[in-house]
Write a protein that binds this ligand. Structure first.
Ligand code: G3H
Ligand code: 13P
Ligand code: ZN
Length: 304
């Protein structure tokens, strides 16, 4: 069923678990995520970046996600991830996204407040939820990038939420986007998270949370992939983050890796294959496995 972010995260905040937000770019990824959510009886957030929208079209993606959500037996939130273009954000609100993120983290503080407030005004009028970002999450992927990581200041977070009225806040506690997250030991600033949660007691969001599972990287490598020294967020750190107040966890990189491993395996084993369904089918299976695993890790299984 179609759900909005605010109500799904209110439950998660009360019961101390996190809901997975998984990025989609096409039908196969969407289907894999919905199947996983139904199997795990878990609420789920499906999200598209501006890059995904450039690739597949906003109307097409929205219609596809809305149909899948309405047919699903579990709550499904349709979310715009890292929205920066105000015109596009407005469009998403108007055509049926149930939640949008305004990412103003690259602006100075006052501009971030001003623009976030503007988006909240548009969205709340239509019952659409808003996530915003304070501090910066590192990593460089397409349009989602930032040069320098600035961790979220708890006092500033209080002022930001009071002035903007956002429903969820993405905080920076040391993660970054992509598959190369940590050069040294992977560690999140849990002390900072605790302080923010204590002051705000509202749904908090962790971006750049992929685990970069070794077995998936190994499989993709076995069938011809060549990567550098990838490093994700360890599951022990994810558990600590959930325990201390994270209620929405974004995952894209792990799905990309799973997709790649599935496609590479079938193409390398079956030299004569040329039916797209036979090539993309295994990718769906790999993604579903990853999503189910993460739902269990986040504690959202059985909460749908
Ligand atoms: O933050 C989300 C992504 O992993 C980057 O996605 O390449 O679709 O912008 P993108
Ligand atoms: P990962 O790159 O760690 O999967 O993060 C995705 C994300 O934060 C999307 O907004
Ligand atoms: Zn992100």
């Amino acid at each position: 069923m179609l759900a909005n972010l605010k109500s799904v995260l209110a439950k998660a905040n009360k019961k101390n678990y996190a809901v997975g937000a998984f990025n989609i770019n096409d039908l196969e990824i969407l289907e894999a995520i919905i199947s996983a959510a139904e199997k795990q009886k878990s609420p789920v957030i499906v999200q598209t970046t501006e890059g995904a929208i450039e690739y597949a079209g906003v109307e097409e993606l929205c219609a596809m996600m809305r149909t899948a959500a309405k047919m699903a037996k579990v709550p499904v939130v349709i979310h715009l991830d890292h929205g920066k273009d105000l015109k596009l954000i407005k469009k998403c609100i108007d055509i049926g996204y149930t939640s949008v993120m305004f990412d103003g983290s690259h602006y100075d503080y006052e501009t971030n407040v001003k623009l976030t407030k503007k988006v909240v005004g548009w969205a709340h009028k239509k019952g659409v939820s808003v996530e915003a970002e304070l501090g910066t999450i590192g990593g460089a992927e397409d349009k989602v990038s930032s040069r320098q990581i600035i961790l979220t200041d708890p006092k500033v977070a209080v002022d930001f939420v009071k002035r903007t009225g956002v429903d969820a806040l993405a905080i920076a506690i040391g993660t970054s986007h992509g598959a190369y997250k940590f050069a040294g030991k992977a560690k999140l600033d849990i002390k900072r998270l605790k302080e923010i949660k204590k002051k705000l007691n509202m749904p908090l969001v962790l971006h750049g949370a992929s685990g970069v599972p070794k077995e998936i990287v190994k499989k993709a490598t076995k069938y011809g992939g060549k990567f550098g020294a990838m490093e994700g967020v360890p599951e022990s750190q994810i558990k600590l983050a959930v325990k201390n107040g994270i209620n929405k966890i974004n995952t894209d990189t792990d799905l990309r890796l799973a997709f790649t491993a599935g496609v590479r395996e079938v193409l390398s084993k079956e030299k004569g294959v040329f039916d797209p369904r036979k090539i993309l089918g295994p990718a769906k299976v790999e993604i579903q496995k990853v999503v189910e695993h993460r739902m269990k890790l986040f504690g959202s299984s059985g909460k749908g």
